[in-house]
Design a binder for this molecule. Structure first.
Ligand SMILES: CCCCCCCCCC(=O)SCCNC(=O)CCNC(=O)[C@H](O)C(C)(C)COP(=O)(O)OP(=O)(O)OC[C@H]1O[C@@H](n2cnc3c(N)ncnc32)[C@H](O)[C@@H]1OP(=O)(O)O
Length: 154
């Protein structure tokens, strides 16, 4: 079951195109914890998020939602590891150090895509995550991600 609030709605002052609630023209993805080290996100594409063929989702949008879902997971995990509720006290930020996406099958534009993220390893400076994106019940992309902790003034 999802926690009541999305991770992104607990992180203050985020203007990111993919995940920032403060970005009116962004994708505004929402991620939720499903376990100690795992999160989910459902993203509903719009027709203008298409690839060359209009029935498929653009690869850059796929990379963006995988990037944002995993980095927000790392940020929320940073708060958890600090023993604080997400968004409380001193700000915790992570940026993408590495995003390695494998495109395995085309994702459909006219139905929601389901993302899962899993934390594989964490240290003080970085978090290693894996992400999977499914469309129409099949795995369409996987990503290997390194989230690097950055200061508030990054
Ligand atoms: C900030 C707000 C975020 C809100 C949510 C946003 C979600 C979307 C996220 C994004 O899109 S962020 C935008 C895209 N990313 C960037 O623009 C990052 C540009 N690169 C940088 O700013 C720096 O290179 C970076 C912060 C990633 C690392 O520089 P540092 O000098 O702070 O890291 P350092 O070299 O000290 O390395 C720290 C650890 O991270 C590891 N690391 C750094 N870059 C890496 C890399 N590229 N690949 C793998 N590991 C990497 C590095 O090996 C090391 O591991 P160890 O602690 O085990 O020694």
């Amino acid at each position: 079951m999802h926690e009541p609030a999305a991770i992104q709605d607990q992180i203050p002052e985020n203007h990111c195109y993919g995940c920032g609630p403060e970005n009116d023209r962004g994708l505004q993805i929402k991620s939720y914890w499903t376990g100690e080290d795992e999160t989910v996100c459902t993203f509903t594409p719009s027709p203008h998020h298409c690839a060359g063929p209009t029935q498929y989702l653009n690869g850059g949008i796929i990379a963006t939602v995988m990037d944002c879902h995993t980095i927000c997971t790392a940020i929320a995990d940073g708060y958890r590891q600090a023993g604080r509720a997400t968004g409380t006290g001193d700000k915790i930020w992570y940026a993408t150090g590495k995003l390695d996406v494998q495109y395995r099958a085309p994702a459909l534009i006219d139905e929601p895509v389901e993302l899962t993220a899993k934390i594989l390893e964490r240290s003080e400076r970085k978090t290693h995550l894996q992400c999977e994106l499914k469309s129409g019940g099949r795995v369409c992309a996987t990503a290997d991600v390194i989230a690097v902790r950055v200061p508030d003034n990054w």
